[in-house]
Write a protein that binds this ligand. Structure first.
Ligand code: EPZ
Length: 420
């Protein structure tokens, strides 16, 4: 297993290109199952999770064709010949459940392995299933699989989500595009990735109102046609590299980043003493003076994103004063705490909150990555720590960050990958 070695203490400066959003690309690739024609996606990030979704979508029978020569354009669509999403794929990536809605609404059946839990929580899919049942699907759980069928097709429904689940909103939105009649999804998640999906579905001929709000109204249509859609830049990659600039006392220009997608991240970083400004097709991030401890609570968009919680904790571990970070979305998303503490951080977890007492400096050590965002928080801490930090199990990192060591090294970081 590869490891990443970092020699910390070097302020970063320069430019980092921000890639396409992983959490937009994954549902968009599932949307390719909705059309017999070709959905052409551009700005597709080159990540392990994208490769997994490519394999999953392709094994349903539709074409998944690379276009151009940059590996960032995919044409997806065609006839569905297999309606099973197998356990060996789904267990690797929970987002696999996003094929459930498209399969069901396109061909009237789906057999999708239950994803099982993951490091950060149980992550059930009950809201997905309840919504699909309201739309007329018969759902049976058997042998670790969801057996879903709608031989007469799905029909519209008035759905109120018990919580603004990103995945449930995406699955139900895709299912509604080809359902018979009108579907309303109330208390829908409002993440930019959902608006990106909705914009793409509309370009494919779907009839959606309320895009960007917590109430989506969809008039089902008979079929969706092909389209070409550019995936939005990754706001979590943007926030992550913003923290890299801040934690090293440097200044970075994040090309292609969209300030309007960063939500509460801008406010929290500003309170911590980090300036994020829109500039030349991207954002520029620089630390003004010292870092100040700042409280944050993760919330659905536009609140502070749970996917930025571990990165903020790394930053707060070297701030002046204390910070209280509360995780309200997942029940077990503090696995990075003992690893940060190995680097000299002073973090105490009390239930859903972590108290971070800033220290003057971290000191490098071998650490273990446990999940995608926890692993990148260890890289951030390593960039600031004195001495060498060796991050193990970086396959977690490769799921969501493209060429992370190259992007950081190009801005002055002493970072290299040690092949495992
Ligand atoms: C998406 O996961 C993201 N993944 C996650 O990013 C992100 O952390 C999460 O949204 C929250 O923003 C993708 O987009 C591929 P949820 P998702 O459904 O859809 C509970 C990353 O690092 N819930 O909004 O699974 C659930 O247990 C990943 O890129 C139910 O109880 O998130 C969780 O506590 C990690 N029942 C909360 O809701 C359900 O049916 C939020 O889950 C569905 C969810």
């Amino acid at each position: 297993m590869d490891r990443i070695l970092i020699r910390g203490g070097r302020p970063l400066s320069g430019e980092i290109p921000i890639g396409g959003a992983k959490n937009a690309a994954l549902p968009l690739m599932a949307a390719g199952l909705l059309t017999a024609e070709r959905l052409v996606l551009t700005n597709v990030p080159q990540l392990a999770d994208i490769a997994t979704m490519r394999a999953l979508v392709a094994q349903h029978g539709v074409a998944v064709e690379p276009r151009g020569n940059d590996g960032r354009t995919l044409a997806i669509g065609g006839a569905i010949t297999n309606t099973e999403a197998p356990y060996d794929i789904v267990r690797k990536m929970r987002a696999s459940v996003l094929v459930l809605g498209p399969l069901l609404t396109r061909v009237g059946e789906a057999r999708v392995s239950l994803p099982g839990g993951c490091a950060i929580g149980t992550r059930p899919i009950d809201l997905h299933l309840k919504g699909l049942e309201q739309m007329g699907a018969a759902i049976r759980l058997d042998g670790g699989y969801v057996h879903a069928s709608a031989p007469q097709g799905l029909h519209g429904a008035d759905i109120v989500l018990a919580m603004p689940s990103v995945g449930a909103t995406e699955n139900l939105l895709m299912a509604a595009t080809l359902a018979d009649g009108q579907t309303v999804i109330a208390n829908a998640a409002r993440e930019p990735e959902i608006s990106d999906l909705a914009d793409c579905l509309a370009a494919m001929g779907a009839r959606i109102e309320g895009i960007g709000t917590d109430r989506l109204t969809v008039e089902g249509v008979g079929r969706l046609h092909g389209a070409t859609h550019a995936i939005i830049p990754d706001r979590i990659e943007t926030g992550t590299y913003a923290c890299a600039a801040a934690i090293t006392g440097g200044s970075l220009h994040l090309r292609h980043a969209r300030l309007d997608h960063l939500g509460a991240v801008v406010r929290v970083l500003a309170e911590a003493g980090v300036e994020v400004t829109e500039q030349d097709d991207g954002v520029t991030v620089r630390r003004l003076n010292g870092l100040h401890g700042t409280d944050a609570m993760t919330e659905p968009y536009p609140g502070f994103p749970t996917d930025m919680q571990a990165q903020l904790m790394a930053l707060m571990s070297v701030a002046e004063g204390a910070a209280m970070i509360t995780e309200t979305i997942f029940e077990n998303r503090f696995m990075h705490v003992p690893e940060l503490n190995r680097l000299g951080a002073r973090v105490n977890v009390h239930g859903a909150s972590a108290i971070v007492r800033g220290v003057a400096a971290l000191s490098g050590a071998p650490v273990m990555a446990t999940d995608l965002r926890a692993s990148v928080s260890l890289v951030l801490a390593g960039l600031a720590a004195r001495g060498e930090t060796l991050v193990n199990r970086v396959y977690h990192l490769d799921r969501g960050y493209e060429a992370v060591e190259q992007k950081l090294a190009a801005c002055g970081a002493a970072i290299e990958r040690l092949p495992g």
